[in-house]
Design a protein around this ligand. Structure first.
Ligand code: MTE
Ligand code: MO
Length: 425
């Protein structure tokens, strides 16, 4: 049984599939914590979890620009390179897929809104590691290197490992903030999240952020893995499984703009005499594009209400541990110290609303939001549909309908989120 050595898991996770293990964070929990706790962070595994030891663990770096493959131990990564921390949101390309299934069924795990989370990841910067190995911009270009491939220790029955790649540019850019992470929220990586090492690629879809990292390969070609070539691509709604040609769409890298309602939950009940309804959720965009606005409506888009944003953009950039003492202190505080956390968020909420002083690029982490919407007399006692949509720093906005972006594999569902609540007792 390839699944006999799976780690134990927190009972609060909403399991989407047992083998391989896939589970989402309960959405009510997402909206309440800027940093998602490790134990309830969503898990997306394609294969059994490999059993690895930190001692003796090595990652192999090879490919164009090298004399030969170079092996770096976990200890090398911890001692030869500066430790960097980046606060970033990871979202699965299949997050919110259930909404596509309501239009016409798609192939894939039926994720709700909880295949997303935010953590503080620490490790060596991939840029530092590659430059240590002798890969620097000019030389890499001369050698026609264009991609960095990653392979995991998890394998399918034919011995094929999970794999993915990103453009070399993202890996070696000063602004890429890609790290080989050995810590998640100040703890060694949990087994489900890649122990002992994974790659964290801010602003990019979850599928490229390979866990249980075994190899890094600099190459002219993209990863040839199934997941890079024949999966995680998006086609027109008219393309079906008989006609799909995977070469006709690029592999997903940066995620588009997204938001979802976390509270109230779909199908919940709001007292009929309530004068206003409080709505909470998350918003995020790929490529470091900050969320600049979230709009919420309860009347189908006739009236929009602007939500208050809580974000920590200033802390989302890659940083060395010495320069952000307050942040590392906050991260090491025991969980459950909620009061301090909230105060912190409020200060930042004020800063967040001032775009003349706040940098809007490289916002790797999400914004949490909250709106208080008056319920007009005529809507009380009825069923309400709450919709939200976010706008990012490039003024990208979420599309209105799910059917317009339906695709056979059910990836990148970012249409307005819609939640129905009943105003009855
Ligand atoms: N890495 C390996 N080795 N194997 C996997 O199955 N799944 C990917 C990515 N990295 C995967 C992987 C996908 S699709 C996602 S969304 C993220 O891991 C999820 O990361 P998490 O499980 O830590 O939340
Ligand atoms: Mo994913």
């Amino acid at each position: 049984d390839p699944y006999r050595n799976e780690p134990s898991r927190h009972p609060a996770l909403n399991v989407v599939s047992e083998r391989p293990f896939n589970a989402e964070t309960p959405v009510a929990l997402l909206a309440d914590h800027f940093i998602t706790p490790n134990e309830v962070f969503f898990v997306r595994n394609h294969l059994p979890v490999p059993t690895l030891e930190g001692d003796g663990y090595e990652v192999q770096i090879s490919g164009l620009g090298f004399q030969g493959p170079l092996n770096l131990s976990l200890n090398d990564l911890k001692t030869k390179f500066q430790k960097h921390t980046v606060t970033t949101t990871i979202q699965c390309a299949g997050n919110r897929r259930h909404a596509f299934n309501q239009v016409k069924s798609v192939k894939g795990l039926n994720w709700g809104n909880g295949a997303i989370g935010t953590a503080e990841w620490s490790g060596a910067s991939l840029r530092d590691v590659l430059s240590y190995c002798g890969v620097y911009d000019e030389r890499a270009r001369l050698l026609k290197a264009k991609h960095v491939q990653f392979e995991g220790w998890d394998e399918d029955l034919s011995g094929c490992p999970y794999g993915a790649s990103i453009p070399l540019e993202k890996a070696i850019s000063e602004h890429g903030d890609v790290i080989l992470a050995y810590e998640m929220n100040g703890q060694p990586l949990p087994r489900d999240h890649g122990f002992p090492l994974r790659v964290i690629i801010p602003g990019v879809v979850g599928a490229r952020q390979v866990k249980w990292l075994r190899k890094v390969i600099i190459s002219e070609e993209e990863s040839q893995s199934f997941w890079q070539q024949n999966d995680y691509r998006v086609f027109s709604p008219s393309v079906d499984w008989d006609r799909v040609d995977w070469r006709k769409a690029p592999a997903i890298q940066e995620y588009p703009v997204q938001s979802a309602v976390c509270d109230p939950m779909d199908g919940s009940i709001v007292p009929p005499d309530q004068e206003d309804v409080t709505v909470k959720g998350y918003a995020w965009s790929g490529g470091g594009r900050a969320i600049i606005r979230v709009d919420v409506t309860i009347d189908g888009g006739v009236t929009w209400h602007e939500a208050n944003l809580r974000c920590r953009d200033k802390r989302c950039h890659l940083r060395t541990d010495s320069s952000y003492e307050d942040a590392s202190k906050a991260a090491s505080e025991p969980a459950g110290d909620e009061e301090d956390d909230d105060e912190d968020d409020e200060v930042l909420a004020q800063e967040a609303s001032d775009f003349t002083t706040r940098p809007v690029d490289k916002a790797w982490a999400w914004a949490l939001w909250e709106a208080h919407i008056p319920v007009p007399q005529e809507l009380r006692g009825r069923e309400l549909e709450i919709c939200c949509r976010a706008v990012d720093a490039s003024y990208n906005v979420q599309p209105e309908s799910v059917s317009a972006i339906w695709n056979l594999r059910g990836c990148l569902c970012n249409a307005w989120d819609r939640v129905k609540v009943k105003c009855t007792t």
